[in-house]
Design a protein. Structure first.
Length: 346
């Protein structure tokens, strides 16, 4: 199969021919139809900072965890449950399928979970990838493969908004207008937030969030965010989401939060960071962290897509094949106007 392969930190990915993977007894083999590029992969490909505490990619790793496609092979234990030709998306982990975490839809918490881009499991920047039956969600015919590849980033935002204990009428500040921030803004409006304001150092990214649920945008490179938010929303935010995930962004979210507010950290910071705890303590802030999702979140997103209750398709700003994928992946390391770029292997 053809795949985009990581070789060394900071180096451009390379298109290589790799052996086709074989599904295990309780696994499926997926012909990848679409796979989104995630900011986590962009950071991961540049290597872990010193003392970061997270594993480096092994040479030869294949990333890609936002995907959908068609089943082309079925493990021997699944032949009564799945068929070749099934259209699906899947959580990007392989759990054991038997432990309490897996049964609860939290395969990422499985003590035996296998992560993508490891030596044991290739990701979906490839023509084929293995998926686990416990992590798989069928796509109705009315849901396109591109929409199916959006289920994962939408589930990230859905989980974050649930973690925020959002209340109808809340005022929300989303710090960061990338795909995660847009997903969070989308769900905040869906669940009844009155004001959802997105701030970003790129005015283009901030303004694009208005197309996906935000009620207003702030150009953080030119405007004082807290003061501008109060003008737009009539007061301070009740909930602040950090959707940036770089050193300093958590402290920034704390600084923007008023007394008794909730701060939810969604952006995955992959480097050591420091905060000033007294600022959060004296304001009695609720500080929460949100990481990925449950299988139930995937199922809810698919149901809403199938029922035409949400339409996130505009988040896809570019689709490329393998001929341009490595070039585009490299370009995305410099933030720009793109929201979600998809690899379509075919």
């Amino acid at each position: 199969m053809k795949a985009a392969v990581f070789e060394r930190p900071g180096e451009r990915l390379q298109i290589r021919e790799l052996p086709d993977p074989e599904p295990g007894p309780a696994e499926l083999l997926l012909d990848v139809a679409a796979c989104g590029i995630c900011g986590t992969d962009l950071h991961w490909s540049m290597g872990p900072p010193a003392n970061a505490g997270w594993r480096a990619l092994p040479p030869g790793a294949v990333m890609g965890h936002e995907f959908a496609g068609e089943v082309v092979a079925v493990g021997r234990e699944l032949r009564d449950a799945f068929r070749v030709g099934d259209r699906v998306c899947a959580l990007p982990f392989l759990g054991c399928g038997q432990c309490p975490a897996c049964r609860a839809g939290h395969s990422v918490r499985c003590p035996h979970a296998t992560m993508r881009a490891s030596e044991q499991l290739t990701g979906a920047y490839a023509e084929l990838t293995r998926i686990g039956a416990s992590e798989t969600v069928r796509l109705p015919d009315t849901v396109s493969f591109r929409e199916g590849a959006l289920v994962e980033p939408l589930a990230v935002g859905l989980n974050a908004v649930r973690r925020a204990a959002l209340e109808i009428g809340d005022t929300v500040l989303v710090v960061g207008g990338g795909p995660v921030g847009i997903s969070v803004a989308y769900w905040c409006r869906f669940f009844g937030a009155r004001h959802v304001v997105v701030s970003d150092l790129s005015c283009v990214r901030a303004e694009r969030a208005v197309d996906f649920g935000a009620t207003a945008a702030i150009d953080a490179s030119r405007e004082p965010v807290a003061e501008r938010f109060a003008q737009l929303a009539g007061g301070p935010p009740r909930v602040v989401f950090d959707c940036v995930g770089v050193p300093g962004s958590l402290q920034l979210a704390i600084d923007y939060a008023p007394y008794d507010a909730r701060v939810v950290v969604v952006g995955l910071c992959m480097a050591p960071d420091t905060i000033f705890p007294a600022r959060a303590i004296t304001r009695e802030l609720d500080l929460r962290f949100a990481f990925v999702y449950r299988k139930q979140d995937f199922e809810m997103v698919v149901d809403l897509l199938a029922g035409d209750r949400i339409d996130p398709s505009g988040m896809i700003t570019q689709c490329v094949g393998f001929d341009r994928f490595c070039e585009v992946f490299e370009a995305l390391k410099t933030p720009g106007a793109q929201i979600k770029v998809m690899l379509e292997p075919d």
